[in-house]
Design a protein around this ligand. Structure first.
Ligand SMILES: C[S@@+](CC[C@H](N)C(=O)[O-])C[C@H]1O[C@@H](n2cnc3c(N)ncnc32)[C@H](O)[C@@H]1O
Length: 314
């Protein structure tokens, strides 16, 4: 498969690439929007299937990723790369004078470039500032959360977004520690957490707590919920939406939203006659999520937890 798609000379290996392109069902003259264009791995494959009459819009919050994506795929006149959040898709389309599109892709979460860059503070494996914004101009940082949020707010996000059972004691220790001196770096935070979590659970807990902070800094679940509310309004009939998620919270939100939009009636089951007038707007194409093959997981361990879901606009 690697030889089938254009190489964009970048370190991020796009996840479920063939499956994504297949489910998007690319039309040569179609309009496609990649809402998480990142380093352009999926976008390069989509672009390679478009004619000069086709259009690709790539959106990302990460200015650095967009610069690198531009160098790699952005020269074509039918490719627009825009620094914004995907929850602003309706206004972005309006600015581009595009009313409806043939396909939308959201490959959620974080890229290898972000995760492996110490200065971004996403990983407990490197020392760096507690930033964690997808955009370097993010209005809030992990530092602010760790050093100013209350113990109960910290406990809540670690439990809700990290699903970590040690949330209570971790939050308490963070608050105790920061009253002595500010926690400014990933290494300092790691040290604080290691005083409460037993060594054999430490790496798992660190991953979960760092994930919880990242989700909070970037309001990830709110942005996803927002786009899932209204994507049907700008997908053409027959147009497709494909999502790739990497943790259960995201996947659950996508699954429930797709199911809701695919239902003919959303009345409580007790009502004998439908009173909601709800009409299905999409058809679910993946009754079960598509997951990577063992081969893909062996060549790209980041794909391990990926789940792809797709719908078609009716
Ligand atoms: C998994 S990476 C995408 C990788 C991309 N598919 C590729 O092949 O290179 C996820 C990207 O989504 C971006 N992102 C996350 N939330 C976003 C949002 N609300 N709006 C725009 N971009 C977002 C991140 O900055 C990151 O670059």
């Amino acid at each position: 498969m690697a030889s089938k798609w254009p190489s964009n000379k970048l370190t991020h290996i796009p996840v479920l690439l063939k499956e994504t392109v297949d489910y998007l069902n690319i039309k040569r003259d179609g309009i496609y929007l990649d809402g998480t264009v990142g380093l352009g791995g999926h976008a390069a494959a989509i672009l390679s299937l478009l004619s000069e009459n086709g259009t690709l819009v790539g959106i990302d919050l990460d200015e650095e990723a967009l610069t690198r994506c531009k160098e790699s795929i952005g020269a074509a006149s039918n490719c627009h790369l825009i620094s914004d959040t995907f929850s602003n898709i309706p206004s972005i389309l309006e600015t581009l004078n595009l009313s409806q599109i043939d396909g939308l892709l959201l490959d959620l979460g974080i890229s290898s470039l972000q995760l492996d860059s110490p200065k971004r503070g996403f990983s407990y494996r490197f020392n760096g500032p507690l930033h964690m914004g997808f955009s370097m101009t993010s209005s809030i940082t992990a530092n602010e959360i760790i050093n100013t949020w209350s113990e109960s707010e910290l406990r809540k996000i670690i439990k809700k977004y990290g699903e970590d059972r040690m949330a209570g004691s971790v939050a308490k220790t963070i608050v105790q520690q920061r009253s002595k001196s500010a926690i400014d770096t990933t290494t300092q935070l790691r040290k604080v957490i290691s005083t409460v979590v037993p060594p054999r659970y430490l790496n798992k807990s660190l991953s979960r707590i760092f994930q919880a902070l990242r989700i909070s800094v970037n309001s990830e679940l709110d942005a996803l919920t927002e786009v899932l509310k209204n994507f049907m309004n700008y997908l053409k009939p027959g147009g497709r939406m494909v999502t790739i998620s990497y943790h259960s919270l995201e996947d659950r939100i996508v699954k429930q939203a797709f199911r809701g939009h695919a239902k003919e009636c959303i009345c409580p089951p007790k009502l004998p006659i439908c009173q909601c007038d709800h009409k299905a707007t999409v058809k679910i194409l993946t009754s079960h999520p598509i997951i990577p093959s063992e081969d893909e997981i062996n060549t790209n361990s980041r794909s391990r937890s990926a789940k792809l879901r797709a719908v078609e606009r009716l």
